[in-house]
Every structure is written in C-alpha cells, then in structure tokens.
Design a protein around this ligand. Structure first.
Ligand SMILES: Cc1cc2nc3c(=O)[nH]c(=O)nc-3n(C[C@H](O)[C@H](O)[C@H](O)COP(=O)(O)OP(=O)(O)OC[C@H]3O[C@@H](n4cnc5c(N)ncnc54)[C@H](O)[C@@H]3O)c2cc1C
Ligand SMILES: NC(=O)c1ccc[n+]([C@@H]2O[C@H](COP(=O)([O-])OP(=O)(O)OC[C@H]3O[C@@H](n4cnc5c(N)ncnc54)[C@H](O)[C@@H]3O)[C@@H](O)[C@H]2O)c1
Length: 458
C-alpha cells in the first residue's frame, strides 16, 4: 500500500481516508463508497467504536436484562408462581457478546462488499492530505474525515485510579454487592438504574442538586423519587475530594474531609473527552476548542480545506444517530451532489434509566427563558401505567408538552415512564413538522396505551 520510508505507491492514494471506525466513521465510509469514492478506513480496535462495543449496544442489553429482572420481581404479585431469580451475569454476557460479534461480522461483510480498505491502525496526520499509521504506512487522500470519538474522563483527585469508568463496567462478569456511582449525567443515571435492578446496592454521588440537568426538572425530580423507591441511595451536593482503598474495595472522602462507607466497586461517570490529542492536528493546522473538540462549521468542515470531522470528537451532541446523520449528509454533499445539512435543532434523545426518560425540543425552563412566560403553555399528564397498577407498583409516568403562542405550537415533548423510549420517536417527527396541540387532539388515541396520554392532554 505504501512504504515505511514514506514513499507513496500508486495504491496508497484514496479519494477519502476515514480515521476511526465507530458510528460516524463507518457511516461516512459506507456512504462515500456508495457514491463511488475510493475509501480507506483506519480503526485500531473493534469495528463499531464506542456505541457497539462499550456504549449504546452493551448498555441497552444490560438495560433490557434489568427490565426483565424488574418484571420478574413483580410477577408473583400478578399471580405467577415465580421464585426470585438473580441474573447469571456470565450467562447473559455470552448472549450480549454474541449479539455484538454479529454486528462486527456484518460490518466486516459490508466493508468488503463496498471495497473499503480497512487498516487496523492508529493514525495521525502528517499534513492536510497525508495520514500516517502507527506502523509507518502512509496514505494520501483528496479528503480526510476524522471520526475518532471520545473516551471517559476521571476526576483529577487523589485515588481516582481506584475507580472504574464505563469502559471498565462492560468488562464486569458479576454484580458487585455495593457500588458507588459518581455523576448525574446519562451514564451515571443509566448504570446506577440497571445495577440496582440487577441486584447491587447502588449509591449515586451527585455534586449538584439534581439528576440530568439538561432534562425537564419536573421529570427528573420524579425520576429521582423512583430511584429512591427502587432502593438507590442518592447523595446530592456531594463534593468528592479523594478515593481511598479499603481492602478490595474503596471509600470516598467528601469536601468536609469525612470518609464514607466501604464500597465493593466505584464507577466514575463524570463526562468524556474528545480523542483529538493523538492526531497531530497541529501539523495540518486543524483548530480545536478549549475542551479539545475539533472545531467544525454546520457543514462539518474543519478550519482546513478538505478535512472534515463528525461525531464525539466535535462539540456536536454526543449521540450515535447524530454522528451517523452528520457523516451521511457530508458524504451526500461531497460525492452525491446533494445539499443536505444536519439540522442540529430538535434532536430527540432518551436516557435508558428505570423508567426511561426522553425529550425532544425545548424544556419548559428553556422555552420560558427564550419566549417569556406569557407565550409558553405547558400541559401535563401523570398516571400509573396499567402493568404497574395491576402489580400494585408505585412507579408513575409523567408526560409533558411545552407549547408556544395562541396556536399552541408544540416546541417541547418530555416523557418519563414505561415505554417512553419507544414512544418518543414518532412524536419527534410530528414536532419537527411543526404540529400544534390541536393536531395532537385531532388524532384518535390508541387505547389502552401510555402513548395515548400524549394526544389526550388538556
Ligand atoms: C456508556 C455509553 C452509552 C451510550 N449510550 C448511547 C445511547 O444509548 N444512544 C446514543 O445515541 N448514544 C449513546 N452513547 C454515545 C455514542 O456511543 C457516541 O455518541 C458515538 O459512539 C459517537 O460515535 P463516533 O463515531 O463519534 O465515535 P466512536 O464510536 O467513539 O468511534 C471512534 C473510533 O475512532 C477510533 N480512533 C480513535 N482515535 C483514533 C486514531 N488516532 N486513529 C484511528 N482510529 C482512532 C476509536 O478506536 C473508535 O473506534 C453512549 C456512550 C457511552 C460511553
Ligand atoms: N442514552 C444515550 O443516548 C446516552 C447514554 C450514555 C451517554 N450518552 C452520551 O455520552 C455523553 C457522555 O455521558 P456522561 O454521562 O459521561 O457525561 P455527561 O456530560 O452527560 O455527565 C457528566 C456528569 O458528571 C458530573 N461530573 C463531572 N465532573 C465531576 C466530578 N469531578 N465530580 C462529580 N461529578 C462530576 C457532571 O456534573 C455530570 O452530571 C452524554 O452527554 C451523551 O451525549 C448518551
């Protein structure tokens, strides 16, 4: 392909070199190849990146197991003579990993079929047109797409190395008895919820005063209540200053210097940082922001011509469908003659908590700040889903619509409760099409479902 001395041979030139084989990189490589481009993809680890290997997919598998565990728990109340049955993690993980191996195999087949050259190597830029692999192989390209994603961040405190991060969680082969989780974002809330449902005693350490601060306050307050009811211990306003070893486990030291109880395991879910530092971006003159995100415009162009970036290595919403949508639109423009640009507004998102919480559009607080109180109208539904009512379980759903002006245009949809994860997608389409409250009310409900509450709101 090329020589370690750097002398290019005829084959080492590509229309497009993609750095990173995760959600964004694969989507970009496939779409460019569909349009006839000659593409090389560089990925040193497993195909699929964070989402497939240490993110969405294994997380959702664990969440599904946790949902099954919850149902098994209340099955006896409904009349099923089922004894309590803890999850055999090792057995479940065989199923989880088989599912993921199938995804790898499918990517591999599709890459081969598309004629995309895959190099299992770390890459860095030599200049705006040349990529060097760790073994010295050099590739020359007319265009380069950087899709190197991100990695978990540990807090800079003494003993931080005693805690794990989400990547470590996916290596676990059994549930620890007592787990401390630090953080209040997506990952903290998701892992805390599923670990508690799968039998661990979980304590969540939050430095602020609420969970999921980007989500609607009313819903996250109810979620915190549901977590308490399911046995998760929540510590708000906790300032973690150090972690200390305690036998095989750890203890957390807080801002007052007090040392807490012992935990078998500690997970940090304290944010992620972009993988931009090992790319030698300076050599090509690619600008990054203070957090290390590669700076891109709305067309995903970096500060250097013909060099593009998508996904978590940029400051775009760190979600798989966002990376994929950005990469596909970019390749449609570059190689397909289409003019599509990703609309970054009204991106729907779901946290796989127990129960799940999802939103699209503005929260009530954002809408009031933007449009003023007089123009913003809020509609709510609070109810117990049928299954939970039948089983005499306290879990409640809270749905909320944020509407604007006299016509009551729907500018925010917020759902927390059973099936919210599946319900939101369709309503996100409606919101994007600019529907009003009357449009929802004109739609005949599907009964009996949780989803019908969205069209029945008064
Ligand atoms: C625990 C967890 C759960 C998540 N759950 C969800 C979810 O439910 N839904 C959702 O939408 N999103 C979820 N996300 C976010 C989602 O995984 C990311 O937004 C998505 O993977 C970003 O895709 P990407 O292509 O930008 O990066 P990645 O998927 O991270 O891929 C980047 C790839 O680049 C490679 N790479 C890095 N540096 C180099 C280099 N120098 N040379 C060559 N290759 C390199 C890496 O090995 C990696 O494979 C989750 C994330 C985590 C951590
Ligand atoms: N369901 C999904 O779609 C999904 C799931 C997981 C992750 N993701 C994506 O991945 C991103 C990263 O997730 P995340 O949960 O790691 O990050 P996050 O930014 O969502 O949350 C980080 C949390 O850690 C807290 N924190 C940071 N430093 C801390 C410290 N020193 N001590 C205590 N708390 C601290 C923050 O206050 C915040 O609550 C998300 O923003 C999301 O875009 C999506």
């Amino acid at each position: 392909m090329s020589t370690p001395s750097g002398k290019p041979d005829a084959k080492a030139h590509f229309d497009l070199v993609v750095i990173g084989g995760g959600s964004g990189g694969l989507a970009g490589a496939f779409r460019a190849a569909e349009h006839g481009a000659r593409v090389a993809l560089l990925e040193p680890h497993l195909l699929g990146g964070t989402c497939v290997n240490v993110g969405c997919v294994p997380k959702k598998a664990m969440w599904l197991a946790a949902e099954a565990a919850t149902r098994l728990q209340f099955a006896p109340t409904l009349g099923f003579p089922v004894a309590p049955a803890p999850l055999d993690w090792a057995e479940f993980i065989v199923h989880r990993e088989r599912y993921i191996a199938n995804i790898h195999a499918s990517y591999r087949r599709r890459l081969d079929a598309a004629g995309i050259a895959v190099l299992p190597a770390w890459a860095r830029l030599l200049d705006a047109r040349t990529v060097e692999c760790e073994n010295g192989v050099r590739l020359h390209a007319d265009r380069i797409l950087i899709a190197t994603g991100g990695r978990p961040l540990r807090p800079a405190i003494a003993g931080a190395e005693l805690g794990g991060v989400s990547d470590d969680f996916f290596q676990w082969r059994a549930a620890p008895a007592r787990v401390a989780v630090v953080g209040a974002g997506y990952i903290a809330v998701e892992l805390a919820g599923l670990l508690q449902a799968l039998g661990s005693q979980v304590e969540l350490f939050v430095r602020g005063d609420r969970l999921l601060k980007e989500f609607d306050h009313e819903l996250t307050t109810q979620l915190a209540e549901d977590y308490r009811q399911s046995g998760v211990r929540l510590h708000f306003g906790h300032h973690l200053t150090a972690v200390e070893a305690a036998g095989e486990g750890v203890r957390l030291r807080d801002g007052d210097g007090a040392l807490g109880e012992r935990f078998d395991a500690l997970l940090f879910a304290t944010g992620r940082q972009p993988n931009s530092d090992r790319l030698n971006l300076d050599a090509a003159g690619v600008a990054v922001d203070a957090a290390g995100h590669i700076v891109v415009d709305e067309r995903h162009a970096t500060s250097v011509e013909d060099l593009y970036a998508v996904g978590d290595c940029t400051a775009n919403a760190a979600l798989t469908p966002v990376a994929i949508a950005a990469a596909r639109r970019l390749m449609d423009r570059l190689y397909g003659g289409r003019e599509a640009v990703l609309d970054q507004r009204d991106i729907p998102t779901v946290v796989f908590s127990h129960p799940p919480i999802g939103q699209v559009g503005l929260t009530e607080a954002q809408a009031r700040a933007l449009h003023g109180d007089a123009l913003v109208h809020v509609y709510r539904a609070g109810f117990r889903p049928m299954l939970y009512a039948l089983a005499d379980m306290p879990q409640r759903s809270v749905f909320k619509l944020v509407c604007l002006g006299d016509e009551r245009r729907v500018i925010g949809i917020h759902l927390m409760g059973e099936a919210a994860d599946e319900i939101l997608q369709g309503f996100a389409v409606a919101l994007k099409r600019g529907i009003t409250l009357d449009d929802l009310r004109d739609t005949v409900a599907i009964h009996p479902t949780s989803a019908e509450e969205v069209v029945l709101m008064r």
